[in-house]
Design a protein around this ligand. Structure first.
Ligand code: NAP
Length: 257
């Protein structure tokens, strides 16, 4: 049964049971900072074993320590630069997860880069290519290579991370906006293909959130007026918990408009 997703009230006030993610194994990309970091801590707090993937090893180690010190299930760390990751890197990652955990119950495709804002007419080709690699190609590859492991779960959730500028074009958001349109399309295509299987695929648009990415897009903004990553977690928990088992192909806003 579809919950009340139209006005979002249900998700924004969603409260997961303390052990809602017990025994689940969840891979989070971009887990060292910003929204990904808080999602990793939140999932671990609710009983999940989290696999922390990110570019900067020491950031991942800090999140690892926070999780262990809090007494949550022991996480795993995967330092990986998604910009240069190869097919073999993804194959190796899948093999390691298979060996250590035997399955995957959740994949949060969260890592992303903003690049530089400006008119499309003047975009820098290499920046454009890097944004596509991290925001689109890496998410497609990781989802493809994790798919056999997701099939082994009783109930698996894949979450892509979108943006308001991935739903409605906006001037000067350039390659970032184009990449987020691609993410929305990728989510819809996956969702059609998984149909009524054990896997569901959805998108979250975090909305303006107090992170370094937002600060680089809006350097003059009053950060205190922005939602924090913690404020978004009801939606992140809802989509990762079995309460959203019937939800597939949705693009949800993590903040109330
Ligand atoms: N914040 C917002 O207002 C907002 C709004 C809409 C959508 N979003 C989306 O939400 C997601 C998270 O954004 P955020 O605001 O939390 O950004 P953030 O604070 O900049 O964090 C981005 C994360 O992605 C990782 N990452 C970047 N490049 C990578 C690479 N090449 N390989 C591996 N990991 C990489 C970063 O790792 P390092 O720190 O190690 O580089 C970091 O952990 C993104 O997809 C973003 O587009 C954010």
């Amino acid at each position: 049964m579809m919950k009340n997703l139209i006005d979002g009230t249900f998700m924004h006030t969603y409260k997961a049971a303390e052990n809602a993610l017990k025994d689940k194994v969840i891979l989070i990309t971009g887990a060292g900072d910003g929204i990904g970091r808080v999602a990793a801590l939140t999932y671990a707090k609710h009983g999940a074993t989290v696999i922390l993937l990110g570019k900067t090893t020491n950031k991942l180690e800090c999140v690892y320590d926070e999780i262990v010190n809090a007494g949550y299930p022991q996480p795993a760390i995967v330092p990986m630069d998604l910009k240069g990751a190869t097919k073999q890197n993804y194959r190796d990652l899948a093999a390691t997860i298979e060996m250590q955990f035997g399955k995957l119950d959740g994949l949060l495709n969260n890592a992303g880069i903003l690049g530089s804002l400006g008119p499309l007419e003047h975009f820098c080709v290499s920046t454009f290519e890097n944004i596509m690699k991290v925001n689109v190609t890496a998410q497609a590859m990781i989802t493809k290579f994790m798919f056999p492991l997701l099939r082994k779960s009783d109930s698996a959730s894949v979450i892509f991370t979108s943006s308001g500028v991935g739903r409605q074009g906006r001037e000067h958001w350039g390659a970032y906006a184009i990449s987020k349109f691609a993410v929305e399309g990728m989510m819809q295509t996956w969702a059609c293909e998984v149909g009524k299987t054990n896997i569901r695929v959805n998108c979250i648009n975090p909305g303006a959130t107090r992170t370094s990415m937002r600060a680089s897009a809006y350097p003059g903004e009053d950060r205190d007026k922005l939602a924090t990553p913690e404020d978004l977690m009801p939606t992140y928990l809802y989509l990762m918990s079995d309460d959203s088992k019937e939800v597939n192909g949705q693009s949800l806003d993590a903040q109330q408009k």
